[in-house]
Structures are given as structure tokens and as C-alpha cells.
Write a protein that binds this ligand. Structure first.
Ligand SMILES: C[S@@+](CC[C@H](N)C(=O)[O-])C[C@H]1O[C@@H](n2cnc3c(N)ncnc32)[C@H](O)[C@@H]1O
Length: 280
């Protein structure tokens, strides 16, 4: 199956219009492979035929499936151990300012199939001494319908469960059913999942922690700025933003400053923090 330039253009434009992501040259070769299951499912012979069908109905289920297939949903439990090692201390520090209502809210923006936010849920549950009596409200959002459906089910393959999880975590938090691993109800009930585009109006804040890891990578500069501006709008004045190890706010927004000594974690710059404080 040879991807023609015109098909590549249409598919790239569809992806960018729906998600804000721009396909780098390095990712273009993946398109043909990624679309094979969609072509098979719909009995479509090749990408040109797919593009013809899409032109006839851009708002269709076929368009949704095509966009989902082109997204990179790569994720795994406790991805970037160094980042997860920082989170308990970070949450404990934020909690010192929440002793009245004893409530913590976290948003995982671009949560993919849920491993990131469920890893955090495990950390909360495993520190009963600190979090007992607290309301821990976790939200996972992603633009991909299939990713959100899987996250909501908390249903993982043998391959997915082995990535990043210790045997102890596997046995404590998952039940094996045939060849799938199903997450414990306690964790599932801690997290709400829904479809959302990080470039649209953000969910209602304030959030104490926003995770937006390995999402900005695929955006052009203007969309990185927009996603970061959205995160700044709903972060609590003393909250924190965590990006992926290869991502930064520098050059995209002045709303954040680096949290001293903690790489990839940002707090609101004083002017933004004051604005959010007034709005709270
Ligand atoms: C590489 S995964 C990262 C998942 C997880 N945050 C992690 O670091 O392991 C990127 C996720 O961002 C999602 N995504 C891409 N563009 C998005 C957008 N505009 N709004 C919301 N999610 C988006 C993709 O569907 C994908 O699930």
C-alpha cells in the first residue's frame, strides 16, 4: 500500500483540524501501518479510497476512527519513575494548604488509556496514613475515544500490565480474567474519564495538580502555548503543572515558572497566581 502525497495531505489536515497535532516527517511513515486496522474493518482497499470516503463525510465514525488510529497513545504505568518518585512529596506539600476542606483535585490531560492517572491513584491509596479522610478527585481526559473507553474500563493486556508495574502492584490492584487484567474497583471509582481536547475550554477548576505529559510534543508552537494557557487558567494558585521529561513551558508562555529543584514541574508565575487567587 503506497501512501500518495495527496492522501497524506488530506489525512494530515484531518488530524490537525481535529487534534491540533501536526504530523512530523518522522511520523508520516507510520500512517500506512496505523491505518491498516481501519481499512480492514471498513473493507476499504487503500488510503486513497479511505480519503475519498472521508471527503464525503468528515463528521463520520470513519473520520473518528481514522483520527484515533493516527494518534500516538504510547503510555505505561509509572512512566518516568523519577517523575513519579517526586509526586508523593509534591502532593503532601500542596495538601498542607488544604487541611480545611481536605480535598485534592488532579487533572491528567492527554491521559491515553489511563495508566498515568491510575499510577497516581495507587500512590494515594498506598499512603493511607496521610490521605485517610481526604477526598481525592481524579480526572483523566483525552481526545481519543478508544483510549478513553479503555481507560474507563481499566482493562489491560498482558503486554500493557507488564510495562512499569511491579508484581506487587499487579497482584494488589488487578484481577486476571482470561488474558486480560482488570483494575480494582477502588481505583476505578477514584477516577472520572472523559473525552476532551486540551485546546478547548478546560474542565472546571481549580486543580491542585495538572499532568500534561508527552502531549505537547506533537503540537506546533501556537498550540503548545494554547494548551499551557488553558492549564494556567484552571490551576489553583499554589498548584503544580507536570510536563513530560522532554517538554518545557519556556518560549510558549510566561504564566509558569519552574519549581526550584524539581525538573518538569512548574508553578504559576506570581502574576498568574494572583489572578487565579482573585478568581477562586
Ligand atoms: C503519548 S500519549 C501520553 C500519555 C500519558 N500522558 C503519558 O505520558 O504516558 C499522548 C496522548 O495525548 C492525546 N492527545 C493528543 N492530542 C490531544 C488533544 N488535542 N487533546 C487531548 N488529548 C490529546 C493522545 O490521544 C494520546 O493519548
Amino acid at each position: 500500500m503506497q501512501l500518495t502525497d495527496s492522501a497524506l495531505k488530506v489525512l494530515s489536515a484531518l488530524l490537525e483540524a481535529r487534534t491540533g497535532q501536526r504530523l512530523s516527517v518522522g511520523r508520516q511513515w507510520r500512517i500506512e501501518i496505523a491505518l491498516v486496522p481501519v481499512l480492514k474493518r471498513h473493507g476499504i482497499s487503500d488510503c486513497d479510497a479511505l480519503v475519498s470516503q472521508l471527503s464525503a463525510s468528515t463528521g463520520s465514525l470513519l473520520a473518528d476512527e481514522t483520527v484515533d488510529a493516527l494518534l500516538n497513545n504510547e503510555t505505561y504505568f509509572f512512566r518516568d519513575q523519577a517523575a513519579f518518585a517526586k509526586l508523593p512529596q509534591l502532593m503532601e506539600t500542596i495538601a498542607r494548604g488544604r487541611t480545611k476542606d481536605r480535598k485534592i483535585r488532579v487533572w491528567s490531560a492527554g491521559c491515553s488509556t489511563g495508566q498515568e492517572i491510575y499510577s497516581l491513584a495507587m500512590q494515594f491509596c498506598e499512603n493511607e496514613a496521610l490521605w485517610n479522610g481526604w477526598t481525592i478527585d481524579l480526572l483523566g481526559t483525552d481526545i481519543s475515544r478508544t483510549a478513553i473507553d479503555q481507560a474507563r474500563e481499566g482493562n489491560y493486556s498482558q503486554f500493557e500490565i507488564q510495562r512499569g508495574l511491579s508484581t506487587r502492584h499487579m497482584l494488589r490492584w488487578f484481577e486476571q480474567r482470561d488474558d486480560r487484567w482488570i483494575i480494582d474497583d477502588r481505583l476505578r471509582q477514584m477516577v472520572n474519564f472523559r473525552r476532551h481536547n486540551v485546546l478547548d475550554t478546560p474542565p472546571l477548576g481549580p486543580f491542585d495538580l495538572v499532568l500534561c505529559r508527552n502531549v505537547l510534543l506533537y503540537f506546533p508552537a501556537e498550540n503548545r502555548s494554547r494548551a499551557l494557557a488553558n492549564a494556567a487558567r484552571i490551576l489553583a494558585p499554589d498548584g503544580a503543572l507536570m510536563l513530560g521529561a522532554g517538554e518545557t513551558v519556556l518560549g510558549y508562555t510566561d504564566a509558569f515558572e519552574i519549581l526550584p529543584g524539581v525538573s518538569s514541574v512548574y508553578r504559576l508565575a506570581p502574576a498568574t497566581s494572583q489572578t487565579n487567587h482573585k478568581a477562586a
